[in-house]
Design a protein around this ligand. Structure first.
Ligand SMILES: CC(=O)Nc1ccn([C@H]2C[C@H](O)[C@@H](CO)O2)c(=O)n1
Length: 102
């Protein structure tokens, strides 16, 4: 069965441990709705590793990111901003996808 969303492999252990409960994506991955159940795979191999339930999808800009977002990503705020800028070098508008592990 196909996965609905992928994460870089390096984030898998934090997701499975419940330490990472949000992901910040661009407009192309903003279509998820509260209550959706998503199969999650690794970006590198598309290997399934868990199912998550979407709690909310909220627009945000890079400047609006806070320590609370960083905590929910299990990172510092500067680490989070660097990760996002590396993945989306030219993007300013994002969506915070809050999820729980099923
Ligand atoms: C294809 C793609 O963009 N995949 C992504 C995007 C983001 N993430 C992670 C990295 C950070 O923890 C947050 C914020 O973007 O989400 C990812 O694992 N895979």
């Amino acid at each position: 069965m196909q996965n609905d969303i992928t994460f870089y492999q390096r984030f898998k252990s934090d997701i499975l441990a419940g330490l990472k409960v949000i992901t910040i994506r661009d407009n192309k991955e903003s279509h998820f709705k509260a209550g959706d159940k998503l199969r999650v795979g690794t970006f590198e191999t598309d290997e399934y590793f868990c199912t998550i339930k979407i709690i909310s999808v909220t627009p945000v800009t890079l400047e609006q990111l806070t320590e609370e977002h960083a905590k929910q990503e299990n990172m510092t705020l500067s680490e989070l901003k660097k990760v996002i800028s590396d993945i989306y070098p030219n993007e300013k508008y994002f969506f915070v996808i809050h999820f729980s592990l099923l």
